[in-house]
Design a protein around this ligand. Structure first.
Ligand code: FAD
Length: 318
């Protein structure tokens, strides 16, 4: 079922969903089931599966020479989605990224998804490879999420690359895009970033999932701005509790967000990592209760392979 239908059927009740990473190459799918099982009692209508672009590693040969090889650490987004649908009978939402794919490969992947009965996709530009200082599009691939979105919209209208046959099968994907309440880090300002978000919505995005945030006033300002500018699709808050003191540095550095002073001071006053975890969970419980009161359609958690903090929060909130 489409995410927009799940939200509509909930009649204003806030839903719960989460995101997982596919298994590291060489790990079994059971590692993913172990991360999902503890959360299934809360009836998530859908589970997102991220996509990781390939990176380069250097392989040493016996003669000492180094060879640069492309390597994808977590290669199985589509198969992980299929395994989730098969085992849990819930919707799985693959993230589709521009980086690492030609347009042809993207189109073929979308056809696979359609045949697997997948109704939703979250379209993204994707992160830069760790070995690159900024995002480099794949030759013959899409450069921005809006280009990838347009591709999916074309297929929803029966228009495929290189073929404009009148009787082409129309796909029917419900399409999500990313939004950044605190601005995407490459954007010169919030206004420019918002302009491109609006472009994605005008092209046909059906829902927005936000970058994580720790200050609900940022989410509220973002939603208010969207509504004031004619964006009326669901805006799903993306959430992650703070679980370790090092995240005071790593989360702002990686995700370009602000940690409110009250939270950072509370973390700095902790005497152990266990205490930090408790502070982070309590903060997120409070955030979630407020978001429900604000009418957030879904609380969407970035679990990062560890379901336990999310489980504690959802138990306290619903
Ligand atoms: P875009 O919308 O393309 O925007 C990228 C930048 O370019 C922004 O600064 C924007 O303002 C600007 N811009 C947009 N369109 C144009 C244009 N036409 N011309 C000029 N400038 C433009 N990354 C992964 O690799 N895998 C994942 O699975 C993944 N999942 C994510 C899920 C969520 C909910 C979020 C919020 C992020 C996720 N990311 C993931 C990270 C994401 O790929 C990065 O933040 C990436 O840097 C930007 O992606 P985007 O889709 O927002 O890009």
């Amino acid at each position: 079922m489409k995410i927009t239908e799940h939200i509509k059927n909930a009649n204003g009740k806030t839903l719960f969903s989460f995101e997982i990473l596919p298994p590291i190459k060489g790990q079994s799918i059971q590692s993913i089931f172990n991360a999902i099982d503890p959360l299934m009692e809360f009836n998530p209508p859908f589970i997102d599966v991220t996509y990781l672009r390939e990176d380069y590693i250097y392989k040493q040969h016996p003669n000492g020479l180094l060879e640069k090889v492309a390597y994808r650490k977590r290669p199985s987004t589509v198969a992980t989605c299929a395994a989730i649908i098969n085992k849990y009978k819930v919707d799985a939402v693959p993230h589709l990224i521009c980086g690492g794919f030609t347009k042809e490969e993207t189109e073929n992947a979308l056809i696979d998804l359609q045949f697997l009965g997948i109704d939703n996709v979250l379209v993204l530009r994707g992160d830069a490879r760790k070995s690159d200082s900024s995002f480099i599009p794949t030759p013959g691939g899409h450069a921005y999420a809006s280009d990838l979105l347009q591709h999916v919209v074309n297929m929803n209208n029966g228009r495929y690359l290189h073929e404009d046959m009148e009787n082409s099968e129309r796909t029917d994907f419900c399409i999500g895009v990313a939004g950044y309440p605190e601005k995407h880090f490459e954007s010169p300002n919030l206004d420019t970033d918002f302009k491109y978000l609006k472009m994605k919505v005008d092209l046909g995005a059906d829902f927005i999932v936000t970058q994580m945030f720790f200050d609900n006033s940022k989410y509220k300002a973002f939603v208010d701005r969207c509504r004031a500018n004619g964006i009326h699709i669901p805006i799903i808050p993306g959430l992650k509790p703070l679980t370790g003191s090092k995240q005071l540095v790593s989360l702002p550095k990686t995700f370009h967000l602000d940690i409110p002073l009250e939270l950072s001071e509370a973390v700095l006053a902790c005497k152990s990592e266990q205490e930090v975890r408790e502070v982070g969970i309590e903060w997120m419980i409070h955030q979630c209760k407020e978001l429900i009161a604000m009418g957030a359609p879904v609380l969407h958690f970035y679990t990062m392979g560890n379901p336990n903090p999310t489980k504690r929060i959802i138990q306290a909130v619903f």
